[in-house]
Write a protein that binds this ligand. Structure first.
Ligand SMILES: *Cc1c(COP(=O)(O)O)cnc(C)c1O
Length: 404
């Protein structure tokens, strides 16, 4: 009874101010409040505009490659035993190699409907920057991408891709010269250019309406999964598992199942170990704070200084997490666990050798977690894992990493 009430609440979020319980909201300069209000209003009306939705569906299917398959990984299932049935939601087969294109296409189209001529984006590893630059070409928008100088050095291939796509990559030299600092600069740009520019944010983070808007664009993952798993097994799955960086692929998979009797597990990056301080497990180890315009769990010291996150996968390397995940943790609807760099490498090699699929290191955390914990799952469980992206981008890291 009680848990039913909780799940009902979960689906009605956020409230008008963008709150998921005590999380979320808007912590931004006054100049952005009007822009965020406008964006919220415009988005909520387009959400029910059949022309917009038809166009979005067209680009998702003909440009981004949806629906993505739901593939039953029988070799992996056999190897892990216990008669598990493991299904992979193949976001790795999307255009540009990950789920990020779902959101980039959605917001690119939104920018066009808003009459904006320019988009800006923040990027860490460069994956969202490439997706945003791609969507900008599709919708004829100019595109500037903020990226930390340190990340530019580490991610040369994605920087080159963005330049081929005609985007301008703007180096950020402040702070740790990584994603957190790039996000600050993107927000600053938006404050100045809000009349002409749409801020194409990359995950379910930031001030309202972004956590809601990005979730809605990614929920196509869960909606498709629901139809596909019913067709394949005539029932719903027992478990959904997804990796959590900012949290967009995870909430995209989970959202359509929040009111169902399905167990949901989010996997954070435990880096070198959750006790070492070198990790990105903001839900498990962070404390409540404000970052990038939202209230959520944040990796910070006692003075509120943001700590550096660490993970072998750049896409999980963020010192906070979307406010809806913070809320789902507090209500207990989703269980948040973690997997180390080593677990991720194990997951990568397992899937590559057993199924001939090279996953990105982000979803490899979910695979490694399952491989290590398979004995804790009830016999015969049906498990869907969100394979959020493909591994090509990570091969240099994998080549030089040692699997212990
Ligand atoms: C960026 C990225 C992630 C992490 O972002 P979320 O918003 O947590 O989904 C996960 N997987 C891949 C492949 C990514 O590129």
């Amino acid at each position: 009874m009680r848990s039913e009430r909780k799940t009902k609440q979960a689906s009605a979020k956020p409230d008008q101010g963008g709150h998921f319980g005590i999380f979320g909201g808007r912590f931004v300069p006054e100049t952005l409040m009007k822009a965020l209000d406008e964006l919220t209003r415009a988005y909520l009306s387009l959400k029910h505009n059949s022309k917009f939705q038809k166009e979005l569906a067209y680009y998702l299917s003909n440009y981004a490659g949806r629906p993505t398959p739901l593939y039953e990984a029988q070799n992996l299932s056999r190897a892990l035993g216990r008669d598990l049935r493991i299904f992979l939601k193949r976001e790795d087969l999307c255009h540009t190699g990950a789920h990020k294109i779902n959101n980039a296409v959605g917001q690119g189209l939104l920018a066009r409907y808003l009459g904006k001529k320019r988009v800006i984006a923040e990027t860490g590893a460069g994956q969202h920057g490439v997706a945003a630059a791609t969507a900008a070409r599709l919708f004829n928008l100019s595109c500037d991408v903020y990226m930390g100088a340190e990340d530019i050095r580490r991610q040369a291939l994605n920087v080159y891709k963005m330049s081929l796509l005609g985007a301008r990559v703007i180096p950020v030299d402040s702070g740790s010269k990584t994603l957190k600092d790039a996000t600050n600069e993107a927000i600053r740009d938006w404050v100045t250019n809000v009349e002409t520019t749409h801020y194409l944010l990359g995950s379910v983070v930031g001030p309202h309406p972004y956590p809601m808007l990005v979730r809605d664009f990614q929920a196509v993952i869960g909606r498709e999964t629901k139809v596909q798993i019913k067709k394949l097994t005539r029932s719903l799955p027992d478990f959904l598992i997804a990796c959590v960086g900012g949290g967009s692929n995870a909430i995209g998979l989970f959202y359509p199942f929040l009111n169902e009797k399905v167990k949901l597990i989010g996997i954070e990056a435990a880096g070198k170990g959750i006790q070492t301080g070198e990790h990105a497990a903001s839900l498990r180890k962070g404390t409540i704070g404000v970052l990038h315009g939202m209230k959520s769990f944040v990796l910070q010291d006692k003075n509120g200084q943001i700590q550096l996150a660490h993970s072998i996968s750049a896409g999980l390397d963020y010192p906070s997490v979307g406010p809806e995940h913070a809320f789902l943790k507090e209500t207990g609807r989703v269980r948040y666990e973690s997997a180390t760099d080593q677990d991720a490498l194990l997951g990568f090699h397992l899937l590559t050798l057993l199924e001939g699929i090279m996953p990105a290191l982000e979803p490899a955390h979910a695979l490694g977690y399952l491989a290590k914990r398979a004995k804790n799952f009830p016999r015969g469980s049906k498990i869907v894992i969100c394979l959020s992206g493909r591994g090509d981008k990570d091969l240099d890291v994998i080549r030089s990493a040692k699997l212990k």
